[in-house]
Design a protein around this ligand. Structure first.
Ligand SMILES: *[C@@H]1O[C@H](CO)[C@@H](O)[C@H](O)[C@H]1NC(C)=O
Ligand SMILES: *[C@@H]1O[C@H](CO)[C@@H](O)[C@H](O)[C@H]1NC(C)=O
Ligand SMILES: *[C@@H]1O[C@H](CO)[C@@H](O)[C@H](O)[C@H]1NC(C)=O
Length: 371
């Protein structure tokens, strides 16, 4: 009896190995780090916009100056961004931009990055950037991705890979800075007062997250907005006497708690901890209230830019450039430096429940390893 079972198992193994050789998937899906999918805006885009007709891009120097290749990649950072550091924590290579021509074959097993700089929750956010991949399109690409992966490893393995995956979604900031507050008065600000606008965003965001769940997402880290009014761009345009812009800080302080509540409600309805709220505003506020505790010399001035706080225009080859990027919180007028990103991911990994609710990433990884 025993030998018979053993034989069957062996036979199964041989069959599996043969299948893998035949369909050209070099190592087994199960043995790999879990897959990682990224959705959202420039805070997490790692190069998709390089392939689009848009002005929202980070493909010229000095972007990428501290990246291993010392060249721009499309990441809005001097080096690695938040998804890169999360990939490292998963023990995986960085995901490729979905639109990259290199994204094919075995690379599909790593996951994918669908994010596109300039997008918001709303379809009308970022129209000034022309051709960007809006959230609904990113979700369509996720569907397309699953079809492509199914063709490679089959439908049931694809479903399992997606369900086991970690997902990161970062969007919402642009709905304020590149929509509601872009011009004064904007179409949206004539249509809605701020509290009503925030409610609209949460209502629309919920639909997007529900769709992600329906497509198989089971562990989704959802970041709030940072302290929008303290970004060098907003400091340059709106700050009086060096204080963060009150109006944009008010927007963030209305939005973030409502987002957290919506995620809790969604989890309660689904009866599982699918959505994990990452309190990025608080993570960032730590830098702002006490930069030197983290080894930063300033949290207000961008490393790369021009004008007050280096906050005007874009970071380009002719901008001011700080010599030591590790002492700045902001790399350009809107985006953190590699070092700030690294610290943010440390909080995502092991922060207490005020940072990560209901649990941090190391807890998620532990839990999922045993189920
Ligand atoms: C945004 O666009 C998508 C498809 O392009 C559509 O399904 C969705 O309803 C739109 N959202 C709003 C609020 O108009
Ligand atoms: C935008 O980019 C996509 C993907 O590259 C392309 O299919 C589409 O035709 C472009 N649209 C415009 C208006 O340029
Ligand atoms: C988060 O992670 C750390 C380190 O892995 C762990 O010790 C801690 O208990 C976790 N905190 C919470 C509140 O889950």
């Amino acid at each position: 009896m025993a030998t018979k079972t053993l034989l069957l198992v062996d036979f199964g193994m041989v069959f599996l190995v043969l299948m893998n050789v035949i369909i050209n998937v070099p190592s087994s899906v199960e043995a790999r780090p879990r897959a990682f999918f990224v959705f959202g805006d420039s805070l997490v885009d790692n190069g998709n916009n390089n392939y689009l007709f848009t002005t929202a891009r980070a493909d010229s120097p000095p972007y990428g100056i501290d990246f291993p290749t010392r060249t721009p990649t499309g990441r809005f950072s001097n080096g690695y961004n938040i998804p890169d550091f999360i990939s490292m924590r998963l023990g995986a290579e960085s995901t490729l931009p979905y639109l990259s021509p290199e994204f094919k074959g075995e690379k599909l097993l790593v996951g994918a990055n669908f994010a596109s700089a300039g997008v918001g929750i709303l379809n009308d956010t970022g129209v000034q950037f022309l051709n960007i991949t809006r959230m609904y399109r990113q979700l369509e690409y996720f569907e397309e991705y699953q079809r492509r992966l199914s063709a490679l490893i089959g439908i049931s393995k694809t479903k399992r890979l997606v369900k086991r995956a970690l997902i990161l979604i970062t969007v919402g900031g642009n709905d304020f800075v590149n929509n509601y507050y872009l011009v004064s008065p904007s179409a949206r600000s004539r249509q809605y007062r701020l509290p009503q606008y925030v409610k609209l965003l949460i209502f629309e965001y919920r639909k997007i997250l529900k769709k992600l769940y329906d497509m198989g997402g089971r562990r989704v880290i959802v970041t709030g907005t940072g302290p929008l009014g303290c970004a060098p761009a907003e400091m340059a345009m709106r700050s009086r006497d060096g204080q963060c812009s009150r109006e944009l800080q008010r927007a963030a302080s209305l939005y973030n708690p409502l987002l957290q509540r919506m995620l809790t409600n969604l989890n309660n309805r689904l009866r599982r901890h699918v959505f994990i709220a990452a309190n990025t505003a608080l993570m960032h506020n730590d830098f702002i209230s006490n930069p030197t505790a983290f080894g930063f010399t300033t949290s207000k001035v961008a490393c790369c830019g021009q004008g007050p706080y280096n906050g005007l225009g874009v970071c380009s080859p002719s901008s001011n450039l700080c010599p030591d990027r590790s002492t700045f919180v902001f790399w350009d007028p809107f985006h953190p430096t590699e070092r700030a990103n690294r610290i943010i991911v440390e909080r995502i990994m092991s922060g207490s429940t005020i940072y990560m609710n209901p649990m941090n990433l190391s807890t998620i990884l532990e839990l999922d390893a045993t189920t």
